[in-house]
Design a protein around this ligand. Structure first.
Ligand code: NAG
Ligand code: NAG
Ligand code: NAG
Ligand code: NAG
Length: 360
């Protein structure tokens, strides 16, 4: 039942495209004016911006009901005006007419064509359900006032509309009456009865105060009732949001801390290596110095060997170089015994090369 307004709307807007095909100044027959089956929308042979006049010619429409009438170009200057208060635009949309007094013929579902009663303030429908317009209704094409009271005879009009739902096409009967607001016109007894409350058994939406007769046959809450959540839902949602935020932050923090520790470990290892190298170097230097000092001075080598040592020890420190000549063998020996693999290789190479050279 809740889908109905939407489905009707979809259908009528689909049908609006299906206006007649005759253009302005082309011929038409008023006898073919009709209400479309299923939707009861007015149809004539003229297109959506013209009407069929009494001479059988399509002429531009003289009034409109919609704020945005179908068929006109945007910013079109030929859009006719809406009718002023006290007048109405008929389905044909030819010309504004004065409101019709009670008992006059009116068009289907056009309560707005009928003049309001003197007590229109009391009778007018303020529920937004279109039960009447300004206290008057058009039932069975006759203008009347919605003033029938509880238990009195009433007039009812049942109109079967074709509706489209999930399950396909179905008939939706719209039943209207001239009872006071708060009453409904029972179709069988033709009597005004009191609207039913929530939980009462019903056979149609019109019987329920909430305008919603459930498929289970009882009056349910109004279909438009907003769904309210308990305060705990808001609390849970807020907790969820903050939990997700905190979780993300914590996850990022942990991940970054792990990365940071890995980086720090790498740097520390690098530092340790460098420190070890540095200490090796220093030890080497000190050992060299000690061995140089402990050696007797007369143990001289050839000029060539002095030169050689000097060349190869350039990166090393000056103290070694200063008295390099006789001490090269001691240095090499020490280096050969040293645990540091990097320097070992170098020394082995040096020794090997010198041996190959046959200088020693
Ligand atoms: C229709 O006819 C009227 C009067 O003969 C003329 O003023 C108008 O321009 C015509 N409209 C079109 C679209 O031909
Ligand atoms: C309602 O009807 C009364 C009586 O006919 C009229 O004076 C009044 O202007 C109408 N109100 C509206 C909003 O049409
Ligand atoms: C109720 O409305 C009808 C027209 O539909 C009218 O003839 C009748 O006088 C009204 N009764 C009262 C009490 O206003
Ligand atoms: C109400 O309608 C019934 C028939 O539907 C009729 O017999 C009865 O006289 C009517 N009552 C009044 C007050 O019009």
């Amino acid at each position: 039942m809740h889908l109905l307004p939407l489905t009707l709307l979809l259908f009528s807007s689909y049908n609006a495209v299906q206006a007649g095909t005759q253009h302005e100044n082309e011929t038409c027959s008023r006898g073919n004016n009709r209400l479309q089956a299923g939707t009861y929308q007015f149809w004539s042979e003229c297109n959506s911006v013209t009407f069929c006049n009494e001479d059988g010619i399509c002429k531009p429409k003289g009034c409109r009901r919609d704020d945005f009438p179908f068929g006109y170009a945007q910013n079109s200057h030929s859009i006719p005006d809406k009718c002023p208060r006290g007048q109405f635009c008929p389905d044909e949309a030819d010309l504004c007419q004065d409101l019709l007094p009670v008992g006059s013929p009116c068009q289907l579902n056009r309560d707005d064509q009928c003049e309001g009663p003197p007590n229109f303030r009391e009778l007018a429908d303020d529920t937004g359900r279109g039960l009447n317009v300004n206290g008057s209704v058009c039932l069975n094409n006759v203008c009347m006032w919605a003033n029938a009271t509880l238990g009195t005879n009433c007039t009812v009009e049942n109109t079967p509309y074709t509706a489209y739902g999930v399950g396909g096409e179905f008939i939706d009967i719209v039943s209207r009456g001239n009872c006071h607001i708060g009453l409904y016109c029972d179709s069988a007894q033709k009597l005004c009865l009191q609207n039913k409350l929530l939980g009462d058994s019903c056979t149609a939406d019109k019987e329920c105060d909430s305008w919603n007769c459930l498929t289970s046959g009882v009056c349910g809450v109004a279909a438009a009732t907003p769904h309210h959540f308990g305060i705990y839902v808001y609390i849970l949602v807020a907790l969820g949001i903050f939990g997700a935020m905190a979780g993300t932050l914590a996850g990022l923090f942990i991940t970054h801390r792990k990365q940071r520790e890995q980086e720090r470990e790498k740097r520390a290892q690098y530092w340790r290596e460098q420190n070890a190298f540095h200490q090796n170097l220093q030890q080497m230097r000190e050992t060299a110095r000690a061995s140089i000092l402990s050696l007797p001075n007369n143990n001289g080598g050839s000029a060539r060997s002095t030169m050689y040592s000097r060349e190869n020890s350039d990166e090393m420190n000056t103290p070694i170089l200063q008295n390099a000549a006789p001490k090269s063998s001691g240095l090499r020996h020490y280096m050969g015994d040293d645990g540091s693999s990097d320097y070992d290789d170098g020394v082995v190479m040096q020794s090997g090369r010198k041996n190959n050279d046959g200088r020693f």
